[in-house]
Write a protein of this length. Structure first.
Length: 148
């Protein structure tokens, strides 16, 4: 069974060590990476994505085509994006992906910053590739055993 991972990021190079470890010698792992909303939607439509790794605060370029008003967090980064809004655009998704947030913000802080209740695992940032790999391996085991 193939595990499909989507990195919502402008390039895989930030996660290169992670991607290399996960895909090396494991043909059952496919990794997609994009920061363009259309591409993210396309990947989600065409594949049964198991895991999404993303930062909850994304740059304004991701939000531009959406014509939505966004609040500016104090840290200067523009806009917040919820995976839920992408899911809504897709309509019914066969399987809800597990989400890993790579962030410096705690779940409580995220809620203060404008997120509603956010489900997902939180990884302190900057996380090492080793931490990411450890977390991903446990998620992959969960995904491959079929337990949600």
């Amino acid at each position: 069974m193939t595990t499909i991972i989507l990195l919502i990021d402008d390039s895989v190079h930030k996660f290169f060590g992670l991607v290399e470890v996960l895909t090396k010698g494991n043909p059952n792992v496919r990794v997609f990476s994009s920061l363009k909303e259309e591409e993210v939607l396309q990947v989600l439509r065409e594949n049964s994505v198991d895991i999404i790794i993303m930062e909850p605060v994304l740059p304004v370029s991701f939000l531009k085509p959406r014509k939505i008003r966004v609040r500016k967090p104090e840290n200067g980064e523009v806009g917040l994006i919820l995976v839920e809004s992408i899911m809504k655009k897709l309509g019914r998704v066969v399987k809800k992906p597990k989400i890993i947030f790579n962030t410096q913000l705690s779940p409580e802080r995220l809620v203060q910053t404008g997120f509603k209740k956010v489900e997902g695992s939180y990884l302190p940032k900057p996380a090492t590739n080793f931490q990411l790999v450890q977390m991903m391996e446990s998620k992959l085991q969960i995904a491959s055993s079929g337990v949600n």
